[in-house]
Design a binder for this molecule. Structure first.
Ligand code: GTP
Ligand code: MG
Ligand code: ZN
Length: 351
C-alpha cells in the first residue's frame, strides 16, 4: 500500500505532517481531478469519488483541494477532511472577472511550459508563465514542441533562452518518442510535472508519448490560425507506467498574475539589476533623469518588448494584489460582524 502511495509521489514532506502514521494505511490520498462538488482521490486502496467536508466547502478556492493535493479522508473514506500543507502551488488570478486566486496544480516539482515552434510562440507569454512558476516554487522547463515543423529550431531555442537567465529549454516532436530524451531527463519516479501552455501546443500529445499509450484525447488545431480547440477540458493527474506523475492542464486563454512581486526579479534579473542603479529609488523607468534602465534601452542592451512586458506585469500585479487585499479585508470585516452577532446572541442567552 505504501508502495502505491510512493508511486503517487508521497515523500517525507507529507508523511511528516501526519499526526498518526496509522492514517497512512488507507486515509491518505492524492487528488487526481476535481469536479464541481466532488473530487476523485487515489489512495492505497484505489480510486474513489469523495465529497468535501463542510468546513472545506466554505473556504475560498485556494484553500479547497485541487489537483495534486495530498488529503486525509474521513473514516468512511467518503469525504476529504483535511488538505496537507503544499510543497508548491501553481496558481493564477481567476478568469471571467473573478477576483479570486485560482489554484491550478499543487505539489509539483517541475513545470513544463509548453509552446510550439510556430506562430503561437511568444516571449511575453513565456515570461508570464515563468513569473507564476517562480511564485509557485517549482522548477520551470520550456518545452518547444513541433520542432519537426520549424525551418529554424535554433532560433526558437535562442528566443526562449532570453526569457529568463539560465532557464532550461528542451525541444521535441511531441508525437515521436525518439525525440523525447531531453524531456524525459526531467521526470523521475516520485516527481510531479505539470503541463501548461496554450491550447493546441501538444501538451496531451506529450503526455501520451511519455506514457507510451493513449491516456487522454488530443485534437487537431485549426488550419487557418494554428489555434487549438480546447480538447482537454479538465485538469487531471496521470501516473506514467515507467514512474512519475504528470498533471495535464487544459490550454489557458487567460493567465492573469497576482502576488508575484517576490518572483518578478527571478525572471527579470537583468532589468532589476539595472533598476538598482537608477538615480531615484522609486524610479518607474518612464522618463526620470538618471534612469539606468532607459539608458540601457537606448544603448540596445535590453529589448523594448521585454521591458514593456516587465512594466505590464508589474502594473497588473499591483492592481490584482490591491484587489485581493481589499477582498481579504472585506472577508475579515464580515467575519468580525458574524463574531459580534454571535456574542450578542450568546449574551442574550440565545444559541
Ligand atoms: N507536427 C507536430 N504535431 C504535433 C506536435 N505536438 C502536438 N501536435 C499536434 O497538435 C495537435 C494538438 O495537440 P494536443 O496534444 O491535443 O494539444 P494540447 O496542448 O493538449 O491542447 P488542449 O488540450 O486544447 O490544451 C494534435 O493534432 C497533435 O497531433 C509536434 O511536436 N509536432
Ligand atoms: Mg490537451
Ligand atoms: Zn529607472
Amino acid at each position: 500500500m505504501t508502495e502505491t502511495l510512493e508511486r503517487l509521489g508521497l515523500v517525507p514532506f507529507f508523511t511528516q505532517q501526519l499526526a498518526d502514521a496509522g492514517m497512512l494505511q488507507d486515509r491518505v490520498g492524492r487528488v487526481v481531478s476535481v469536479q464541481r462538488s466532488n473530487s476523485t482521490v487515489f489512495s492505497g486502496s484505489g480510486e474513489r469519488v469523495v465529497e468535501l467536508s463542510s468546513a472545506l466547502r466554505q473556504l475560498p478556492a485556494i484553500g479547497r483541494p485541487t489537483v495534486g493535493d495530498w488529503v486525509i479522508l474521513d473514516e468512511s473514506l467518503s469525504r476529504i477532511d483535511q488538505v496537507l500543507e503544499r510543497k508548491s502551488l501553481f496558481k493564477r488570478m481567476g478568469v471571467g472577472g473573478s477576483n479570486e486566486i485560482q489554484p491550478i496544480a499543487a505539489n509539483i516539482d517541475i513545470l513544463f511550459i509548453v509552446t510550439s515552434c510556430n506562430e503561437e510562440f511568444k516571449e511575453s507569454r513565456l515570461e508570464r508563465y515563468l513569473a507564476l512558476c517562480a511564485e509557485a516554487g517549482a522548477t520551470p522547463v520550456i518545452i518547444l514542441t513541433k520542432a519537426d515543423l520549424a525551418a529554424d529550431v535554433d532560433d526558437y531555442v535562442r528566443r526562449a533562452r532570453t526569457t529568463q537567465a539560465g532557464v532550461a529549454v528542451e525541444i521535441a516532436d511531441a508525437r515521436d518518442p525518439n525525440t523525447m530524451a531531453g524531456v524525459r531527463c526531467w521526470i523521475d519516479s516520485s516527481s510531479t510535472v505539470a503541463l501548461v501552455g496554450s491550447s493546441g501546443v501538444g501538451k496531451s500529445t506529450l503526455l501520451n508519448t511519455l506514457a507510451g499509450q493513449s491516456l487522454t484525447a488530443t485534437g487537431e488545431i485549426r488550419e487557418d490560425d494554428k489555434k487549438g480547440r480546447h480538447t482537454t477540458t479538465h485538469r487531471e493527474l496521470h501516473m506514467l507506467p515507467s514512474g512519475g506523475l504528470v498533471i495535464d492542464v487544459p490550454g489557458m486563454r487567460e493567465l492573469r498574475v497576482a502576488d508575484i512581486s517576490q518572483s518578478i526579479p527571478a525572471v527579470f534579473d537583468d532589468i532589476e539589476q539595472l533598476a538598482a542603479q537608477c538615480k531615484f529609488d522609486d524610479c518607474k523607468h518612464e522618463a526620470e533623469p538618471g534612469c539606468a534602465v532607459l539608458r540601457a534601452l537606448e544603448e540596445d542592451r535590453i529589448d523594448s518588448r521585454r521591458l514593456s512586458n516587465y512594466r505590464k506585469l508589474l502594473r497588473e500585479n499591483a492592481l490584482a494584489t490591491a484587489t485581493l487585499a481589499e477582498k481579504r479585508a472585506q472577508g475579515r470585516d464580515f467575519a468580525k460582524v458574524v463574531r459580534q452577532a454571535k456574542n450578542i446572541k450568546h449574551r442574550n442567552g440565545e444559541s
